[in-house]
Design a binder for this molecule. Structure first.
Ligand SMILES: Nc1ncnc2c1ncn2[C@@H]1O[C@H](COP(=O)(O)OP(=O)(O)OP(=O)(O)O)[C@@H](O)[C@H]1O
Ligand SMILES: [Mg+2]
Length: 474
């Protein structure tokens, strides 16, 4: 009997059991099942806990060819099970049912193992409730393993839909991006972290797990992290991977977007962002480019902008991991620009340094896992890439892969890598070169670049030729 038939029978059995057993809820259904039955929207019972419950999935769950296909990924669900004694299709409605559930239960029990039951809390409970079956999987364990509905895209969308009308939605979309953990594609084991980083992440994972206990003993000053480090050192990736690992929605605020056209609305939108985070909780609220806050406070920026930033700081004060289930992570490339007021708001600072020799070698190993490389010597590549970040190393690899492809090769060599490192360094030199001054060779080859910068500069540039008077700096 094929796996496809097992998949379809599992689906039929699950929907049948779920329809009957009212003690089961959405979190007892595997994510791919509940997505099929999700009706969207949320009920707006405001019981003051800041959380809404999904209107979502109503009983009974009826199975059609379409729902079975979507839930199981089996292209021809009926055909795969039609010759089993206990399955039935209603020609009229097209619905698939179990003509004899007891038989289906036994058929499934003979073919499924504990590992499979642990992926399906509904069946784990059902089989545990019936002693004639000898499975070890428990309902609790299966539920623990099952991703919570709060992490599903459909749940998040339903919540956002209810909260914003369409126009508002567009404004907010510029400022906030919400990602379901299922949509995050980086995992913690793909990231090479320092011992210190690992230690801090462990601590925070434990704190999230035991937040009831922390609340009970009155420990509330926890759950606001600041990631500091140069570009490309993995700050954003680590925050996202943490969201995925812990099944938490990832709410990202783009502070630079604050300066966009809706200045007057900005303070309101900042408020709303935090409101969204509280609604989606438990979640991670990621605020990138945090140095923006400090810059804005110092300079004589637009009053509306300052108001927005003050709102932001106040909102940060008012949000808590323990009370609101929101883990706040700020990130910045310029820790030196943060003033005391900004620093004070974070209880842990996590350093993201450029990777050292050993880390570079490890990063190279991780990012080449799926690649074929002859005579690969990551240590050696690490030696010649001092100063490069994880992001740089990725770029080097990409370059090497593309180069090889131009020669129709999908197997790389160590030489390809070394060559790509050289290329990268050339590129880096170009980046750091002053394009206006001097007579670098790179600027005159072909003469094109030189010409363009000759007559091409617009009038408005003349301000810059005077000594810079930074009206904004004081
Ligand atoms: N330590 C690392 N291990 C593995 N991959 C890394 C590491 N650091 C960075 N990378 C990779 O480099 C890329 C860029 O990383 P990321 O965007 O997280 O950097 P960042 O610190 O947020 O940069 P920025 O300050 O510019 O926002 C990602 O693809 C990430 O996987
Ligand atoms: Mg980033």
């Amino acid at each position: 009997m094929s796996d496809a038939a097992l998949d379809v029978v599992e689906f039929l059995l699950t929907t049948s059991v779920y329809s009957d057993d009212r003690t089961l809820d959405e979190n007892d259904l595997p994510p791919s099942y509940r997505q099929v039955y999700w009706t969207g929207g949320v009920d707006s019972d405001d019981d003051g806990d800041g959380r809404s419950s999904p209107a979502g999935i109503s009983r009974p769950l009826s199975v059609t060819t379409t729902t079975a296909r979507e839930a199981t990924g089996v292209a021809q669900p009926w055909e795969t099970v039609s010759d089993l004694m206990f399955t039935e299709r209603d020609e009229f409605s097209g619905s698939l049912t179990l003509a004899d559930r007891g038989m289906a239960e036994r058929w499934f029990a003979e073919r499924a193992d504990d590992e499979r039951l642990l992926e399906n809390p509904t069946l784990a409970k059902h089989y545990a409730d019936h002693e004639e079956f000898e499975f070890d999987a428990t309902h609790e364990e299966a539920r623990e393993r099952n991703r919570p509905i709060q992490a599903d895209r459909v749940w998040i969308d339903g919540l956002l839909d209810e909260y914003f009308d369409e126009e508002e939605d567009e404004e907010m979309l510029d400022l906030v991006e919400v990602r379901a953990p299922e949509e995050v594609d980086v995992t913690l084991d793909e990231l090479v972290l320092t011992a210190d980083q690992e230690n801090e992440l462990d601590k925070i994972s434990k704190a999230i797990e035991h937040r009831d206990y922390l609340s009970q003993i009155g420990l509330r000053e926890i759950g606001k992290l600041l990631f500091v480090g140069p570009p490309g050192t993995g700050k954003t990736s680590t925050a996202q991977a943490l969201a995925r690992e812990m099944d938490l929605p990832f709410v990202e605020v783009k502070l630079s977007m604050i300066t966009s056209q809706y200045l007057g609305e900005t303070a309101k939108n900042v408020d709303k962002t935090f409101e969204v985070a509280k609604r989606l909780s438990p979640c991670i609220l990621f605020i990138d480019e945090f140095d923006f806050v400090a810059k804005t406070r110092r300079s004589d920026e637009h009053a509306a902008l300052k108001r927005a930033v003050n709102t932001l700081l106040k909102s940060i004060d008012n949000i808590s991991l323990i009370e609101d289930d929101v883990l706040l992570i700020g990130a910045t490339n310029h820790p030196d620009q943060l003033d005391d007021a900004a620093w004070r708001r974070f209880d842990e600072i996590i350093n993201f340094p450029k990777p050292d020799y050993d880390m570079r070698a490890d990063i190279l190993r991780v990012i080449t896992r799926q690649m074929d490389i002859e005579e690969f010597d990551p240590q050696l590549v690490a030696e010649v890439t001092e100063g490069l970040t994880g992001s740089d190393l990725r770029m080097v690899l990409r370059e090497a892969v593309l180069e090889a492809l131009t020669e129709d090769r999908t197997t790389l060599t160590q030489d390809d890598l070394l060559h790509a490192v050289e290329e990268f360094e050339e590129r880096d030199t170009l980046k750091n070169m002053d394009m206006m001054g001097g007579d670098h060779d790179a600027l005159v080859a072909g003469g094109d670049l030189g010409k363009a910068s000759d007559g091409g500069e617009p009038e408005s540039d003349h301000d810059h030729s005077h000594d810079h008077d930074h009206t904004h700096d004081h």
